[in-house]
Write a protein that binds this ligand. Structure first.
Ligand code: NI
Length: 193
């Protein structure tokens, strides 16, 4: 196990589309997953893409804390979080036209938060580490995290998705943005991915 170095905005590995994983059963992929889990736990985020640890391949991991899911507008009563998920060669299909703005942070863009429009409702699919197919529908924060992570595999960082750069702020000033977000997200809700 090892904590991997996280690439930061400006490193070319974050700006290039990554090729697919050829063999999900490759021992190198298994080792990468173990190291990425340790890296994510150390960094304290909710998601991580392989490109963020300087490995250009299509693999992401994420989870949605139950408290975060419960805070979601429109979440079903008693709806829980999303268990920790590793997704290999993920694909996203937007469902509907609705876009929602929410605050995001990124381990590769440390110290900043930005208000980012994302599809509210998506379907995504990919392979689990055991090669089985994962296919889910997601809304809200769950959909946001998946879109954020998969963007990393296409060389896109969240500031590139922003439509109003006046809403790109330092974490230390983030409290001034509380209750200012159109979807009601407040300063306590942000997570880094
Ligand atoms: Ni990120």
């Amino acid at each position: 196990m090892a904590i991997l170095k996280i690439a930061r905005m400006g490193h070319p590995v974050l700006a290039r589309p990554a090729p697919p994983v050829a063999d999900p059963g490759d021992p190198e992929i298994a080792r990468l997953i173990v190291d990425m889990i340790e890296t994510l736990e150390d960094a304290g985020g909710v998601g991580l893409a392989a490109t963020q640890v300087h490995v250009p391949t299509r693999l992401v991991m994420f989870f949605v804390p139950a408290a975060r899911a419960a805070a979601e507008d429109g979440a079903a009563e008693g709806e829980g979080g999303v268990p920790f998920t590793v997704l290999i060669n993920p694909e996203i299909e937007p469902l509907g036209e609705t876009m929602v703005a929410g605050w995001e942070g990124c381990l590769s863009v440390p110290g900043l938060r930005g208000l980012v429009p994302r599809h509210d409702h998506i379907r995504y699919r990919g392979l689990a580490p055991d090669g089985s197919l994962i296919e889910r529908e997601a809304r809200g924060f769950h959909a946001r995290v998946v879109q954020h992570e998969c963007d990393h595999l296409d060389g896109v960082l969240y500031p590139q998705r922003m439509t109003d750069l006046s809403r790109l702020v330092f974490e230390s000033e983030f409290r001034h943005q509380t209750a200012a977000a159109p979807d009601g997200d407040g300063a306590d809700d942000e997570e880094v991915a």
